[in-house]
Design a protein around this ligand. Structure first.
Ligand SMILES: N[C@@H](CCC(=O)N[C@@H](CS)C(=O)NCC(=O)O)C(=O)O
Length: 215
């Protein structure tokens, strides 16, 4: 019997991507909700370097960092659907894209939340350049779809945060990519409750705006 535990946080996009992979592969797991303001001893001991969630614990062995966890899942449960392509050059391309999303796109999204008006528009324009990155999609949803969906697909923006980068008409190139994985039942299953998530985004927006006026 496999023993799989996931230490996550209900609104964390990083935890959501791990949940998506586990569900797509049909791997049963126990989910443990972490209070990030008061992290458990278990989380701290499993991820002593970054002290962040998510952490996957498989037979008492911890794995941290969501992209590494996704690859661990694919290698350990080497059953369909395979998350990474077989061809090494395609694998390299997927890794390039997922790193690009985490290192370039997510920080840019955080920046967008810090500003209003013209300043925000400037950053949003920067964001649309992302359309020039040649994201590679496989025949069936895989690792890149999971990562992309965790950032853009789980929550349909309703404009309440004051930022429009999540909205379809504001960024058609980006959203063309999302059409199929967003409709996967697994994405619907793991999506956080809309109202609670919107409230959290509003809170994040208020804190981000405040921090930018202080600096
Ligand atoms: N690079 C990490 C990022 C994980 C991350 O930022 N987790 C956040 C929750 S969304 C966290 O644990 N924050 C608590 C903290 O930074 O103290 C990954 O991919 O897993």
């Amino acid at each position: 019997m496999e023993e799989v535990k996931l230490y996550g946080m209900w609104a964390s996009l990083y935890a959501k991507r791990v949940e998506m992979a586990l569900k797509m592969k049909g791997i049963p797991y126990e989910y443990i909700e972490e209070d990030l303001m008061n992290k458990s001893e278990k989380l701290l001991s499993c991820n002593p370097v970054y002290k962040k969630s998510p952490v996957l614990v498989h037979h008492e062995k911890p794995v941290s960092e969501s992209l590494i966890i996704l690859e661990y899942i694919d290698e350990t449960w080497n059953c369909p659907p395979l998350l990474l392509p077989k061809d090494p050059s395609q694998r390299a391309k997927v890794r390039f894209c997922t790193n690009f999303i985490d290192q370039q796109m997510i920080p840019l999204i955080r920046e967008i939340y810090k500003f209003e008006g013209e300043q925000q528009e400037k950053i949003v324009k920067e964001f649309s350049k992302i359309g020039t990155v040649d994201f590679c999609g496989g025949e069936t949803p895989g690792l890149l779809d999971i990562v992309f969906c965790s950032v853009f697909g789980i929550h349909k923006g309703d404009g309440s945060s004051g930022v429009r980068e999540f909205e379809m008409d504001a960024n058609p190139l980006l959203f063309k990519w999302l059409n199929s994985p967003r409709d996967l039942p697994v994405v619907k299953e793991i999506s956080p409750p809309h109202e609670a998530f919107s409230a959290l985004l509003k809170q994040f927006r208020a804190i981000s705006l405040q921090s930018s006026t202080k600096t």
